[in-house]
Design a protein around this ligand. Structure first.
Ligand SMILES: Nc1ncnc2c1ncn2[C@@H]1O[C@H](COP(=O)(O)OP(=O)(O)OP(=O)(O)O)[C@@H](O)[C@H]1O
Ligand SMILES: [Mg+2]
Length: 318
């Protein structure tokens, strides 16, 4: 019996159940290659493409079958990981909790209520990334995307002075973009490549990632579009991290999840798309006086756990 020759899968449209319209939707959401389809969770793909989960599963499977796999030995990966940079948070305990500091080539997300210290940690990292390796830095500069208007140079000066650094130099090495719309936030990341090269940027801060998305896309009807744009935006951030070996630090707001009846209902916003994209997630909450409890909620290689840090005039400490 003659077997019908299977059509080679080369483009999104060649996947089962994906027509031209669906393919365009996916491309608009940043999923523009078979590799990306292959690595997207079927539920997310279904949301983004507006198809049902069964169809999405088939498409993901077909994309996986069609993509060639590059093999790499575990030891080669270990070699690569050993040259990854780590930025000290200022607290030894917190560094240990996350495996040695905030890592490059990855997205670190911190969520928590107001005044929990998310921005303060962003400031501390903006100072510390500039330190030499021996002092917990990686000798690089900062792109700080401020969406809430809370960047405070005075606070950087205070932290830099406490670390016996020249505050003017430290401030000059932090490029601040005040984003007031999601368009500006997105464009800043889309066009960051040349700036990153030119200024030796090793840390990109987005404080906060979601506030503009949250205020611009209101109501159930806008949620799909919001998540699509957000998905593209975080993939671009991850791509910057990979291509330039830099660290991405994002802060995130929280809401009370009514579905959680017992325990702490505090949940980060941004949904699954953000949950999957952040490499390491930390939950910050207020404790007595200047103390804050940091909980590691998601990490690819460290056990979940907690530690206590302090926000002092000199910066983040144990
Ligand atoms: N100079 C300082 N010395 C000591 N503590 C400070 C100093 N500046 C700020 N703080 C502490 O940091 C807190 C503010 O933290 P931060 O601005 O990082 O919160 P956040 O999590 O970013 O909140 P939001 O969600 O409102 O942006 C203050 O309430 C205070 O406790
Ligand atoms: Mg803040």
């Amino acid at each position: 019996m003659l077997m019908a020759k299977e059509k080679a899968v080369k483009e999104l449209e060649d996947l089962p159940g994906i027509g031209p319209t669906t393919a365009e939707k996916l491309r608009a959401a940043g999923i523009d290659t078979l590799e990306k389809v292959a690595t997207t969770a079927p539920h997310d793909l279904a949301d983004l493409a507006g198809i049902n989960v069964e169809k999405a599963k088939e498409a993901v499977q077909a994309a996986q079958d069609a993509t060639t796999i590059e093999y790499e030995t575990g030891s080669a990966i270990l070699d690569k990981r050993n040259i990854l940079g780590r930025i000290s948070t200022g607290s030894k305990d917190l560094n240990e909790l996350i495996g040695g500091g905030v890592e490059t080539n990855a997205i670190t997300e911190v969520y928590g209520k107001f005044a929990s210290g998310k921005t303060q940690l962003g400031f501390q990292l903006s100072v510390n990334v500039q330190l030499p390796k021996e002092r917990g830095g990686i000798g690089g500069n900062v792109l700080f995307i401020d969406t809430e208007g809370t960047f405070r140079p005075e606070r950087i000066v205070e932290m830099a002075t406490a670390a016996k650094l020249n505050p003017d130099e430290i401030l000059a090495n932090i490029i601040v973009v005040r984003a007031t719309t999601t368009e500006k936030q997105i464009l800043t990341v889309d066009r960051a490549d040349s700036l990153i090269e030119e200024k030796n940027i090793k840390l990109v801060v987005v404080d906060s990632l979601m506030s503009l998305f949250r205020s611009e896309f209101i109501g159930r009807g806008a949620l799909g579009e919001r998540q699509q744009k957000l998905n593209v935006h975080i993939h671009k951030l991850q791509s910057l991290a990979d291509r330039h070996s830099l660290a991405v630090y994002i802060t995130n707001q929280v809401m009370d999840n009514p579905g959680i009846l017992f325990g702490d209902p505090t949940t980060p916003i941004g949904g699954n798309i953000l949950a999957h994209a952040a490499t390491t997630r930390l939950y910050l909450r207020k404790s007595k006086e200047d103390k804050r409890i940091v909980r590691l909620v998601d990490s690819p290689n460290m056990p979940d756990g907690e530690c206590v840090i302090k926000i002092t005039p000199e910066g983040i400490k144990d």
